[in-house]
Design a protein around this ligand. Structure first.
Ligand code: HEC
Length: 110
């Protein structure tokens, strides 16, 4: 859950940085916090290895979407339109939503 709250913070940072047209920073934050470069660390340090295979695949799609965002945001830094970065951002959030609607942690009170 700590990792998840970190994800939300990363999204917040990405949105804020986009609003300030700080594309390189938005890309770096996304790649570091959610992109493929964070995937291995999440896998080792957190829950990755305990996840069912389909859920892990869902997580991977999110990491890929975040790395894609980083690429698009870097292009935005070179003058590409902001709407492309926002569209890529929406795809990242879509992966969060997809996983949340499919999976729950089972708690003892459930
Ligand atoms: C691979 C699946 C998966 C992906 C992808 C995923 N989450 Fe989660 N997340 C979960 C699960 C499972 C829970 C626990 C939900 C429950 O049991 O109620 C959770 C819980 C959370 C929580 C609640 C934490 C708390 O303290 O209660 C937040 C916030 C959150 N996720 C944010 C995000 C954000 C933001 C993203 C996308 C950047 C994301 N998650 C992507 C599976 C995922």
């Amino acid at each position: 859950m700590r990792m998840m709250r970190g994800h939300l913070e990363t999204l917040q940072d990405m949105t804020y940085l986009l609003s300030r047209h700080e594309y390189e920073k938005a890309a770096a934050v996304a790649e570091e916090g959610l992109g493929m470069s964070s995937a291995e660390m999440h896998f080792k340090m957190y829950v990755g290895k305990y996840l069912p295979r389909d859920m892990r695949a869902q997580g991977k799609r999110m990491h890929e979407a975040a790395s894609h965002f980083a690429k698009v945001a870097r292009n935005a830094a070179k003058g590409d339109a902001l709407d492309k970065a926002l569209a890529a951002m929406a795809k990242v959030v879509k992966q969060c939503v997809a996983c949340h609607s499919a999976y729950r942690v089972r708690r003892s009170e459930d």
